[in-house]
Design a protein around this ligand. Structure first.
Ligand SMILES: Cc1ncc(COP(=O)(O)O)c(C=O)c1O
Ligand SMILES: NCC(=O)CCC(=O)O
Length: 435
């Protein structure tokens, strides 16, 4: 495949960017450290397409890391936001817009008896653990190796996403005191949970999990694993938190809880809930949410929480998902992608060169294996060098995904079948040249 793309302007902007931002970026996963090369600087998006400052076009499978389930610049989002822009972008006071969106969330996920809006997934998970600690009067909590719950100090232990990419699963600048109550379990391991609960059961306030792990590539929960966690947490008076920042409003209308029919005590949401404008939320059982200030003593606040622009973008996104029956379209794209992989990549799967994992509109190619990884350790043994090679061929041929083998691909409702043909054909070509 000839390399014909010109990235001159992207490179020039990144040179300036490196002088003002650490690593030239405002979030480490954007830095291309993992795949090598220089980040692409984008100018605009339209539907399924992204355009960079050099005029290159890409079909977008990054979805801004999840929020853009309808693709870029959906007309109903634009008109809802334009109308709101004329009225107010922030009040710092209650508005009907936040009540309307919360009621819609409750309608989709009835277990959310009470909730609160915040501005990022990080705030949502941090606040959910605080609520769990307040209601149980316990300090410790369990997270899973390779799961990412944002960048609050207490979560930066064996985390996924950019921490996995950069080869350090924990962070400098985090005092040991703030992580001494963080216990880490192995994803999909019952034994590891048993061990932790044997030792600390009475002290564990919460177990927080990505019910589908999408920050170490894509790792699915083993059948029965979430049910197992539900049982253990119930027996120990521990709050079960599903971090649905990724899976919320994407895995199904009711997210992962409804998809797997396992009800946590608390949920966290982000990404889709704000339609691409910063918003996130946490919520669940009333008895726990009543611990939050001003009803209870657990303090949690935010100047821009329930931001009107984000509230209308979130509402328009959820409404449009319903209007265009987006889940049906996404499932049909997903099934087509499965069949393509089967048709085009079977010889390579048989030779353990590649493994494809998909659930609804999340997908991931792992290289150097034909077994879907069950945990972080298994993911880190896959061939990330080969991923990087495929990644750059995707870029050269106009396919954009998050720049790391530890991230996932997202289907949006405006992707077309031919885009999937192109993506898989590039994987096949690279594997052929490796053969
Ligand atoms: C599962 C999960 N939880 C929490 C977060 C943190 O969200 P944010 O980046 O909005 O702080 C992310 C996002 O990366 C995530 O994937
Ligand atoms: N999977 C990783 C993310 O979604 C986070 C994006 C970011 O931190 O920029």
């Amino acid at each position: 495949m000839p390399k014909i793309r010109n990235f001159e302007k992207s490179i020039e902007i990144m040179e300036r960017s490196r002088k003002v931002f650490p690593g030239g970026v405002n979030s480490p996963v954007r830095s291309f450290r993992s795949v090598g090369g220089s980040p692409i600087v984008f100018s605009h998006g339209m539907g399924k397409n992204l355009f960079d400052v050099d005029g290159n076009r890409y079909v977008d499978f990054c979805s801004s890391w999840g929020p853009l389930i309808l693709g870029y610049s959906h007309p109903s989002l634009i008109s809802a936001m334009q109308e709101q822009l004329q009225k107010a972008v922030t009040f710092g006071a209650p508005s009907d817009l936040e009540v309307r969106l919360a009621e819609k969330v409750q309608n989709w996920i009835p277990g959310i008896e009470m909730m609160r809006f915040v501005s990022s997934g990080t705030e949502a998970t941090m606040s959910a653990v605080r609520a769990a600690r307040a209601v149980t009067k316990r300090n410790k909590f369990v997270k899973f190796e390779g799961c990412y719950h944002g960048h609050a100090d207490q979560f930066l232990v064996k985390a996924g996403s950019g921490l996995a990419t950069l080869g350090n699963t924990s962070s400098a600048g985090v005092p040991s005191g703030t992580t001494q109550d963080t216990l880490t379990a192995i994803y999909n391991s019952e034994e590891s949970i048993h061990e932790i609960f044997c030792q600390y059961g009475n002290d564990i306030a919460a177990v927080i999990i990505e019910p589908v792990a999408a920050n170490m590539g894509l790792v699915l929960p083993k059948p029965g694993y979430l049910e197992f966690l539900r049982k253990v947490t119930k027996e120990n008076g521990t709050v079960l938190i599903f971090d649905e920042v990724m899976t919320g409003f994407r895995l199904s209308k009711g997210g992962a809880a409804s998809y797997f029919q396992v009800q946590p005590d608390l949920w966290t949401f982000g990404k889709i809930i704000g339609g691409g404008i910063p918003a996130a939320a946490y919520g669940g059982k009333k008895e726990i949410m009543q611990m939050i200030s001003p009803l209870g003593d657990a303090y949690q606040a935010g100047t821009l929480s329930g931001n009107p622009l984000a509230m209308v973008a979130g509402y328009a996104t959820l409404s449009e998902i319903e209007n265009q029956n987006a889940f049906e379209k996404l499932e049909s794209l997903g099934k087509y992608l499965d069949s393509l992989v089967q048709k085009e990549l079977t010889p390579f799967i048989e030779k353990s060169k590649v493994c494809f994992v998909r659930i609804e509109s999340f997908f991931c190619f792992f290289f150097g294996t034909n077994r879907a990884p069950n945990n972080f350790d298994e993911v880190s043994k896959t061939d990330m060098k080969l991923f990087n090679k495929v990644y750059h061929e995707w870029i050269q041929n106009g396919i954009y995904l998050g720049p790391s083998g530890y991230e996932v691909g997202f289907l949006s409702a405006c992707i077309e079948y031919e885009d999937l043909d192109l993506m898989v054909s590039i994987v096949k070509n690279v594997l052929n040249t490796e053969d």
